[in-house]
Design a protein around this ligand. Sequence first.
Ligand code: SIN
Length: 193
Amino acid sequence: MMMLDTTTLNQQRNFFDGHKDIWLFGYGSLIWKADFAYLERRPAYITGWARRFWQGSHDHRGTPEAPGRVATLIRAPGTVCHGMAYRITPDVLAPLDVREKNGYLREKVPLTFLSDSGRVASEAEGLIYLATEDNPAFLGDAPLADIAYQIANAHGPSGPNRDYLLNLAQALRELGTEDAHVFALAEQLHSPS
Ligand code: SIN
């Protein structure tokens, strides 16, 4: 079973120790499934990262026998990745660590916030949950049709894998942003090639 529980590792990744609040940047399910308390949320982006359905999910959107695929970030200089930033209190990190335990590690990244008019409003250091290619659940690249097929057929305790993808595509549309990888996968689910 290709799993690594990152909960304990993340407890040591205290990049914002002593802070009374922390900006968490969500780029995947954390955009559309905010099942945690937050003080405020704002559309934001990070640079140098691209969103990809390259992480396996054995615990939420698939099973150990038939893993699903969920979002992670890969390094992509010059690329902008839009998402949602949440200002949270430090006690929210423990349940987030559990939710993200299948391979995701806390990382510190610079965030840029957008104003209502879409202009750059301000910047801050924030936290992301990142599944790097050296984690055991990492699946990596595959032909788009294969990724879409896997997503269309995987189910896990959190529900069908397709809901993760389609909810993310919808949330990105609502944010007024484009993501060629996500939209192409969503399109494949509707009309498989
Ligand atoms: C995120 O959404 O920021 C991390 C990956 C996920 O939980 O889907």
